[in-house]
Design a protein around this ligand. Structure first.
Ligand code: NAP
Length: 226
């Protein structure tokens, strides 16, 4: 049995990742900061015949992450998907640093907290995987003006990905950053590609073989430059 946990699994790409992992036969812990939203989304996927369980987990809240980690016995795959503040309204020169700070709590410290909290379970897994859902918007090569809270926190998440991959190599934990592409969700807005495609990009890194890459940045299974 493979157990996978997805943060921000109640809507958008996260929910579709839960569906696709469920279809692959995983037991999916669909987590959301709002327990009712988690229950509702998990119930919908169970009605599709999938083994999906709800879990309350607010990645910005250390107590919530700690509680969730105590509830989870086994874990093979951690998908750090939850994120906020695609701040198209801001520029770095004038950004509200409170917004940047808030973004960091979810987009950077959130995945960091989750990895630390679930590391005991991941270390016990025979095929542990961590997927940090990032964005090519955070690649230095293509970075320009704008979205400062989102871009700096995702760039830091990319750095964290490289570090965790190096530190966890000995334990066999494959840690990668993935860009789902521009996807038509609440965050992405209309015009992006279907959520199924974005989720598939993420799922690829969740089901890597043991000799798969670690410490990389990918979209649709193809490397991106940092
Ligand atoms: P979305 O539709 O806005 O969904 C975001 C999810 O994150 C929601 O489930 C939300 O829960 C959850 N979330 C926010 N703060 C949280 C917290 N503190 N704890 C737990 N969950 C929290 O976004 P999306 O488009 O699906 O994006 C998913 C991932 O893909 C993100 O990492 C995003 O940066 C990345 N991405 C998206 C695009 C795109 O075009 N859409 C492009 C590149 C990268 P609530 O319902 O409670 O708010």
């Amino acid at each position: 049995m493979t157990v996978s946990l997805v943060t921000g699994g109640n809507r958008g790409i996260g929910k579709e990742v839960c569906r696709q992992l469920g279809r692959l036969g995983h037991t999916v812990l669909l987590s959301a900061r709002d327990g009712e939203a988690a229950e509702e989304a998990a119930g919908g996927l169970r009605a599709e015949g999938l083994d999906v369980r709800a879990l309350t987990l607010d990645v910005s809240d250390a107590d919530s992450v700690g509680r969730a980690a105590r509830e989870v016995g086994e874990l093979d795959v951690l998908v750090n998907n939850a994120a906020i503040h695609y701040d198209t309204w801001q520029r770095a020169t004038t950004a509200d640093l409170a917004v940047v700070h808030e973004a960091a709590e979810t987009n950077l410290y959130g995945p960091w907290r989750c990895v630390q909290a679930f590391l005991p379970q991941l270390r016990r897994s025979a095929h542990p995987r961590v997927v940090n859902v990032s964005s090519e918007a955070a690649a230095f090569g293509s970075m320009g003006a704008g979205t400062p809270a989102y871009t700096t926190t995702k760039a830091a998440l990319n750095a964290l990905t490289v570090m965790l991959a190096a530190e966890l190599r000995r334990d066999g934990v494959l840690v990668n950053a993935v860009c789902p592409g521009w996807v038509a969700t609440d965050m992405g807005g209309p015009g992006g590609r279907p959520v199924e495609d974005g989720a598939q990009s993420v799922v690829w890194a969740a089901v890597l073989a043991d000799d798969g890459p670690s410490g990389g940045f990918f979209r649709d299974g193809r490397p991106l430059s940092w």
